[in-house]
Design a protein around this ligand. Structure first.
Ligand SMILES: *Cc1c(COP(=O)(O)O)cnc(C)c1O
Length: 397
C-alpha cells in the first residue's frame, strides 16, 4: 500500500508506460470516429447511463481521457471509488443538488458556508427548499423529503469545525455532503467518517497555483454514475486543458499544504498577540467551534486564518490597502498568500443579519497563507497592521 504523498505524484498516471508518455497527454477532441456503429451505440448508451468509460468516447461531453485521469487521481487521494469533475466548485455543488432533487426537495444546511453556496441554497433557485440549522438540530429537522445535508468544515470564513461523524449519525439514511475545500485530502477524508459526497472547489488548493477554475465531487461509483449522467445532460464540464493544470498541481499538494500550514501556525500565534487584532480565529489556537476535532477529524490546523480587527470595517479596509507582498484578493489555497474581506466580498450575497449570526463581522479579514518565507509574510502583515490608524485602536479600546 503506497502512502498519500506517493499517490499525489503518481495517481492518474497508470497508463503512461503503456502510452509511452511521461506527461499527461491532452486530448482536445470534441468528437471521436465511430467506425463500428454497433460498438458506438453501446458506448453511447453506457456513457449516458453514467459509466466511467466505454470502448468509444463518442463525444467530449460524455467522456474525456485527460479529465478522467485527473478524476481518478483525486479519487485516489480522497480514498473514494470515483470522482466527477466540473467547470467550477459551484457547478459541482449544483450537480449534487440536482441529483438530490430527484429524491426530494428539502435540504438541511449548516452555516456558515461559502457565500455563493449559501446564496444558491437560500435562493431556492433549483426548486429546493433549504432549511439552515445548527448541526445539533439536524436529527430533529429531517423530513421524509429531506434529500441532502450540506456542511462545510472548516467553514468559510470563521474556520469553525463541524463534527462530520455526529452529522452523519444524525442524518440516518440522508446523504451528507461535506465541502472539504479548506481541509484538502491532506488534512481530512470525510468519506472515512461516513460522508456520502466530498466536494472541493479545486480552484483552491488542488489546482494550487491560482490559474484554474474547477470543482470535483469524490464519492462511491453508484453516486458517480448519477452525477456523470447529470453532467452529460447539463454540460457542466471541466475542460481538458483545465484538467491538465489541475492534475499538474496535485504532485505538490502535500508539500504545499504542509509548508503553508507551518507558516500559518506561526502567523496565527503572532496575529493573536497583535494590538490591532481582537481575535485571530484558527483551529490551532483552539478558539473556533469544535476545535477539539483537531487530531481526530482533521490531521492539522490548516492554512487559513481569520482575524477580527479592533478597528472594524475601516481598519480592515486600511489593511487591504496596505499589504504589499500579500495580494488583496478573494480565493484561497494558492502558492501565494491572499487576504480578503468576507463581509465586503465573498459573503456579500449573504444578508447582513445572517452574516452577523455566524460571526462575519465588519472587521473580519480572511488570510489564505501561502508557501512564501514566513518572516516575509509577517513583515508584510506587521507593516499593514501598522497602517490601522491609532485613533481607531483608541476608539475601539
Ligand atoms: C471557492 C469555494 C467554492 C466555490 O468554488 P468555485 O470553484 O469558485 O466555483 C465552494 N466552496 C468553498 C469552500 C470555496 O472556497
Amino acid at each position: 500500500m503506497q502512502r498519500f504523498e506517493t499517490h499525489t505524484v503518481h495517481a492518474g498516471r497508470e497508463d503512461f508506460v503503456r502510452l509511452r508518455v511521461h506527461a499527461p497527454p491532452i486530448d482536445l477532441s470534441t468528437t471521436y470516429p465511430v467506425t463500428d456503429l454497433e460498438v458506438g451505440t453501446a458506448s453511447f448508451d453506457a456513457l449516458v447511463a453514467g459509466d466511467a468509460h466505454a470502448s468509444n468516447p463518442i463525444y467530449a461531453r460524455l467522456y474525456n481521457p485527460t479529465v478522467a485521469r485527473t478524476e481518478n487521481a483525486i479519487a485516489t487521494l480522497e480514498g473514494t471509488e470515483a470522482c466527477v469533475a466540473y467547470g467550477s466548485g459551484m457547478a459541482a455543488l449544483t450537480a449534487v443538488l440536482l441529483v438530490a432533487r430527484a429524491r426530494g426537495n428539502h435540504v438541511l444546511a449548516v452555516r456558515p458556508l461559502y457565500g455563493t453556496a449559501d446564496h444558491l441554497l437560500d435562493s431556492g433557485l433549483l426548486g429546493l427548499c433549504t432549511e439552515f440549522v445548527r448541526a445539533d438540530e439536524i436529527a430533529a429537522r429531517i423530513r421524509p423529503e429531506t434529500a441532502l445535508i450540506v456542511i462545510e468544515t472548516p467553514a468559510n470564513p470563521t474556520l469553525d469545525l463541524v463534527d462530520i461523524r455526529a452529522v452523519v449519525a444524525a442524518a440516518g439514511a440522508v446523504p451528507v455532503l461535506v465541502d472539504s475545500t479548506f481541509a484538502t485530502p491532506v488534512l481530512q477524508n470525510p468519506i472515512t467518517l461516513g460522508a456520502r459526497y466530498v466536494l472541493h472547489s479545486a480552484t483552491k488548493f488542488l489546482g494550487g497555483h491560482g490559474d484554474v477554475i474547477a470543482g470535483v465531487v469524490a464519492c462511491a461509483e453508484v453516486d458517480a454514475k448519477a452525477l456523470r449522467t447529470m453532467r452529460a445532460t447539463t454540460g457542466a464540464l471541466l475542460h481538458p486543458l483545465a484538467a491538465f493544470l489541475l492534475h499538474r498541481g496535485l504532485p505538490t499538494l502535500a508539500l504545499r499544504v504542509e509548508r503553508a500550514q507551518s507558516n500559518a501556525v506561526i502567523l496565527a500565534a503572532r496575529l493573536a498577540n497583535h494590538a490591532a487584532v481582537a481575535c485571530a480565529h484558527y483551529p490551532g489556537l483552539g478558539n473556533v467551534r469544535n476545535a477539539h476535532l483537531l487530531g481526530s477529524q482533521m490531521r492539522g490546523p490548516g492554512t487559513l486564518i481569520s482575524i477580527d480587527l479592533r478597528g472594524g470595517h475601516d481598519a480592515a479596509s486600511a489593511v487591504m490597502r496596505a499589504v504589499r507582498l500579500i495580494t488583496p484578493a478573494v480565493s484561497l489555497g494558492s502558492v501565494d498568500s491572499l487576504i480578503q474581506h468576507p463581509a465586503g466580498l465573498t459573503h456579500r450575497v449573504v444578508s447582513a443579519e445572517n452574516q452577523a449570526a455566524c460571526g462575519i463581522t465588519p472587521g473580519l479579514l480572511r488570510l489564505s497563507v501561502g508557501i512564501e518565507h514566513v518572516e516575509d509574510l509577517w513583515s508584510d502583515l506587521d507593516q499593514a497592521l501598522a497602517a490601522v490608524p491609532v485613533t481607531q485602536l483608541a476608539a475601539a479600546a
